[in-house]
Design a binder for this molecule. Structure first.
Ligand code: ADP
Length: 239
């Protein structure tokens, strides 16, 4: 892996300790018909900017639960979650929605779930920027698509792209407009090795220009691009 340059200087939207996101003493319990299930048990961690942080652990370890908190979809039962300068756990659904729209991108496993079927690639990127309150000119969109190997696919709709191309387009949409954090839940699970490697290389390249990625995976290919790894087991961070 290429050596990384020093992280960029603090961002206006970083947490007080300079992280893009942070969980402190987070507990998340689900109520079920039989007994409560503790998915996260006093989890403390930071997600730095300009890095790809991979969350690994066996099935049921709490990876998706953690990503849903960082993605501002859920709130913890106790403890705090910061994304940028904001405390997510203190926000109601509307505040979390606003934070999510402006500052957080969430990438799903299935490429098609990340895209609108009736828009071409350029329009998808422009719409993602507009949703974040940003405008991008044609050259910026073309440059971003070019970096992701999609320069010749600007007018193509998702159905006209391969799974790997769709997921790279989703990565383009996830970083445009400078969100604080990109959360990706098993983003390569549905891709073959070559396609997965291109998606991961794209993430790594874009992280180097300042984006914080947090990615869950079982996949050793994802581990290979990680700048940092968080191991979860039974809801706890393990060394
Ligand atoms: P992972 O992503 O590592 O597989 P999850 O975060 O999905 O782990 O799940 C952690 C634990 O929480 C598991 O025991 C799982 O069964 C439980 N769990 C997750 N979501 C729910 C839910 N909505 N209701 C009840 N239990 C849940």
């Amino acid at each position: 892996m290429e050596p990384r340059s020093a992280p960029p200087s603090p961002h206006a939207e970083d947490t007080p300790d300079g992280m893009a996101a942070r969980c402190t003493d987070v507990v998340k319990t689900y109520r079920t018909a039989t007994e409560p299930v503790t998915a996260l048990d006093r989890v403390t961690l930071g997600i730095p900017r300009a890095r790809v942080t991979v969350v690994v652990g066996p099935s049921g370890a709490g990876k998706s639960s953690l990503l849903r908190l960082l993605g501002c979809i859920d709130r913890p039962d106790s403890g705090s979650v910061h994304v940028g300068g904001q405390r997510v756990d203190e926000l109601r659904a509307r505040g979390r929605r606003r934070l999510r729209r402006r500052q957080v991108s969430y990438l799903f496993q299935r490429p098609g779930d990340n895209l609108l079927p009736y828009l071409g690639a350029i329009e998808q990127v422009r719409l993602a920027a507009a949703m974040r309150g940003a405008t991008v000119d044609g050259d910026e969109v073309q440059d971003l698509l070019g970096r992701l190997g999609l320069g010749h696919r600007g007018a193509h709709r998702p159905a006209e792209l391969s799974g790997g191309e769709q997921q790279r387009l989703a990565v383009a949409c996830s970083v445009v407009g400078s969100p604080t954090l990109v959360v990706a839940d098993e983003p390569t699970a549905e891709l073959d090795t070559a396609a997965a490697e291109r998606v991961l290389a794209a993430m790594s390249d874009l992280a180097a220009s300042g984006v914080a990625f947090v990615v869950s995976s079982h996949d050793p290919r994802v581990m290979a691009v990680a700048d940092g790894t968080v191991h979860l087991d039974h809801g706890r961070v393990v060394p």
